[in-house]
Design a binder for this molecule. Structure first.
Ligand SMILES: CC(C)(COP(=O)(O)OP(=O)(O)OC[C@H]1O[C@@H](n2cnc3c(N)ncnc32)[C@H](O)[C@@H]1OP(=O)(O)O)[C@@H](O)C(=O)NCCC(=O)NCCS
Length: 187
């Protein structure tokens, strides 16, 4: 059985497919965090501040650096490979079980509809299962979030079940579909 990593280090060189590049967050990405805070779906499911201030935006970026430094996982900016503009986030967070991380992702609204999330999830999931190496990457998605399910299925994630009243948001609970990707699912 391979050793399971206690820490995830930033991929070096950064992961890219020529269209998106996944890289460490920078303070200059604050505009992306501000855009994300204006989208009602992103602050609800993440720690992106719902009411943006520069201080809160910078604190969010510092928390992303902390994911790797504290051994919580890894948070990468999804950037346009040409301009280096940050368009979203893809995050791996360790679960309690060894060798397992949950993946989360979002794009600012203007970057959606171009399959950029599928590209980012494919890059980071493949890296996590082959280079990191993790044994399993899992994802929790609300049944109504069809775009997110399509992203996962396009990468090869398999739906394993329907978890009732599993997700907790500020003012509501929600069901979740649980998906996973194992090394053998990579094509
Ligand atoms: C989920 C998200 C990352 C998808 O990113 P994206 O790159 O814009 O995804 P795409 O536009 O390429 O859509 C992916 C698929 O979903 C489909 N889709 C998109 N919106 C849809 C909708 N409202 N209803 C049904 N299908 C939809 C697309 O047609 C595409 O399908 P295809 O690959 O078979 O053509 C983006 O919508 C987002 O950031 N949402 C808010 C945060 C979020 O929900 N994160 C995931 C939490 S689990």
């Amino acid at each position: 059985m391979p050793d399971q990593p206690a820490l995830l280090s930033y991929p070096d060189p950064p992961l890219t497919d020529g269209t998106v590049m996944l890289r460490r967050w920078a303070e200059s990405d604050i505009g992306c965090v501000e855009e994300a805070s204006r989208d009602p779906h992103i602050p609800e499911g993440t720690t992106v501040p719902a009411r943006f201030t520069t201080a809160d935006g910078l604190a969010w970026i510092e928390r992303q650096w902390g994911r790797a430094d504290n051994g919580e996982g890894l948070s990468l900016a999804i950037a346009d490979a040409g301009s280096d503009n940050a368009l979203g986030a893809v995050v791996l967070m360790f679960r309690r079980q060894p060798g397992i991380a949950e993946i989360g992702y979002w794009l600012v609204e203007r970057a959606r509809g171009r399959r950029l999330a599928s590209r980012a999830v494919a890059l980071v999931a493949r890296w996590a299962l082959t280079d990191a190496p993790l044994a399993r990457v899992e994802a929790l998605v609300e049944p109504e979030n069809i775009a997110s399910q399509r992203v996962l299925e396009s990468v090869g994630f398999q739906r394993e079940g329907h978890l009732r009243s599993y997700l907790v948001f500020n003012e509501r609970r929600a069901d979740a579909f649980i998906y996973s990707l194992l090394p053998g699912d990579l094509t």
